[in-house]
Design a protein around this ligand. Structure first.
Ligand code: BES
Ligand code: MN
Ligand code: ZN
Length: 516
């Protein structure tokens, strides 16, 4: 998708389809209070073209509700698509992100390849979104671009009859905005949106097409394209580094593991934090000897979504060049049952020296991450963040749209929480602590890799805490939210790319305050 920015009045933008926002401005409640769909634009021609349908009562401007007007009078666009944001008082930057995605996903199946999207006028948005009167925050433009790009992604890449329905041109209509800031924001939106889609495209690949070795090659290729340092190691290096926990998962597969290291070291930055990004890269999780039931096992190709997210973040960082050092470590392996696979009861020695009793070979993510966290610290990380499709328990607790976050440091967590207001992603903090540490004490060694039925997401997080130790650390459990189960108006069914935007924003918070 090619993105352009137009400062012309939106009625003058020639395009196949022009998306314009509307919100329900009805403040009163109760059965008598009819929805009041109101356009978020000051363009008189667009208002005139939409007046009929808005007055009809057919269209309520509900969240992501659309109505199409063909050959709108007075507009250069061939079609006018009104996209609803729901109640005006509840509109956020995320609503605009979703609406832009909705416009693109409306266009795709209809063979429309060019979409213009009008940014809302600053006067029309609630105060929470526009803190300084009259100035549309750059975050709105960025979100619109991200939403459009995310909306453009579809998962059907292996259909032989596939007709690529991608939208080729996106025109952002920015009639009343601050130009330089909007240009920068659009550029950011393109990079972040494309990086999220890069992560999604990796997650979408099946296990036979994306082995740990191939994931390593994809990392190296990306690193070369955007200018990152990259090393990809395999079994020999795992042995050299004494990564007994990581290797214990890899040993059961005919596919060798990949220890992927990506480095972003901006010139002249020799002080300050070194952020360590650690990703779970299980390219397929059968469960190993503690094998999973076959129902839904095909989904376990997405067990590298945390690793892919880190690769996406590094791509965005390389292109947007924040002045902070960042290292990513992705631990890629396949979890297989075989004659060489580890067994329940085995005891493994992690890189840190801690011994782990294997209770369940299906709790493999925490094993590869244990050594990934130790390695990131050894490489000089002063702050850690990991992302992993770690536990089914996180979906039981939070459902499939909100992901879990755990931290041993409130300041580090506060930065992440602030980043969420920019990214629009949903995370909820869950507890760590001594009670959970109790549940993973082993009789034979230091710790065991499962903690029983209850509090599964927290015992898994507490296991990782043992390896992060006192380094400020965030753990993101994205097992539920990494896969979109049913397509939504603004995003396709399949890999969600969750965590890319939030981690990127968190990284950036180490050099500048979060802007909303
Ligand atoms: N990759 C899974 C977690 C998962 C489950 C991700 C469903 C996405 C969807 C992880 O390796 C796993 O198998 N976890 C086990 C841990 C248990 C054995 C303690 C789980 O959650 O059941
Ligand atoms: Mn597993
Ligand atoms: Zn797994």
């Amino acid at each position: 998708m090619r993105t352009e920015l137009s400062f012309a009045p939106i009625s003058g933008i020639a395009s196949e389809l022009l998306g314009v926002l509307a919100a329900d401005t009805q403040a009163a409640k109760g059965p008598e209070a009819k929805p009041q769909p109101t356009l978020l634009t000051t363009d008189a021609a667009v208002e005139a073209a939409a007046a009929g349908v808005l007055a009809s009562g057919e269209y309520k401007a509900g969240t992501n509700e659309t109505v199409l007007i063909h050959a709108p009078a007075g507009l250069k666009a061939k079609r006018l698509l009104i996209v609803g944001l729901g109640k005006l008082a509840k509109v956020t930057v995320q609503s605009v992100r979703e609406a832009a995605g909705t416009a693109v996903r409306f266009a795709k199946p209809r063979g429309i390849r060019e979409v213009a999207f009008a940014l809302p006028s600053s006067e029309s948005l609630p105060q929470a979104v526009v803190p300084a009167a009259g100035v549309l925050p750059a975050g709105v433009a960025r979100a619109a671009v991200e939403g459009a790009l995310v909306g453009d992604f579809d998962a059907d890449t292996y259909r032989t009859e596939r007709k690529d329905q991608s939208v080729q041109t996106l025109i952002i209509g920015a009639a009343d905005v601050e130009r330089a800031a909007t240009e920068a924001a659009v550029r950011e939106g393109v990079i972040v949106g494309e990086s999220q889609n890069f992560a999604r495209s990796l997650v979408n690949e099946p296990g036979n097409k994306l082995t740990p070795t191939i994931l390593g090659q994809r990392a190296a290729l990306m690193a070369q394209e955007v200018g990152l340092g990259c090393e990809v190691h395999s079994s020999e290096m795992l042995h050299q580094l004494k990564m007994g926990a990581f290797w214990s998962v890899a040993q059961g597969s005919a596919e060798p593991p990949a220890l992927i290291v990506l480095r972003y070291e901006p010139e002249g930055v020799n002080e300050g934090p070194v952020l360590g990004l650690v990703g779970k890269g299980i390219t397929f999780d059968t469960g190993g000897i503690s094998i999973k039931p076959s129902d839904n096992m095909e989904k376990m190709k997405y067990d590298m979504a945390g690793g892919a997210a880190m690769m996406g973040v590094m791509r965005a960082i390389a292109l947007l060049k924040p002045r902070v050092r960042v290292i990513a470590v992705v631990c890629a392996a396949e979890n297989m049952p075989s004659g060489t696979a580890q067994k329940p009861g085995d005891v493994q020695t992690a890189m840190s020296g801690k011994t782990i009793e294997i209770i369940n070979t299906d709790a493999e993510g925490r094993l590869v991450l244990a050594d990934g966290l130790t390695y990131a610290r050894q490489l000089g990380a002063t702050h850690l963040i990991d992302a992993a499709t770690l536990t089914a328990a996180i979906s039981v607790a939070l459902g499939k749209t909100t992901a879990g976050v755990f931290s041993n440091d409130d300041t580090t967590y506060a930065k992440f929480e602030a980043a969420l207001t920019v990214s629009g992603e949903k995370f909820w903090r869950l507890p760590l602590g001594e009670e959970y540490a109790e549940l993973i004490k082993s009789d034979i060694g230091d710790i065991k890799n499962t903690g029983g039925r209850f509090g599964g997401a927290s015992t898994a997080a507490e296991f990782l805490h043992t390896f992060a130790e006192d380094t400020p650390w965030l753990h993101l459990d994205i097992a539920g939210a990494a896969w979109v189960e049913e397509s939504r108006p603004y995003i396709a069914k399949g890999p969600s790319g969750i965590a890319v935007r939030s981690i990127f924003e968190w990284v950036r918070s180490y050099l500048e305050p979060i802007r909303i």
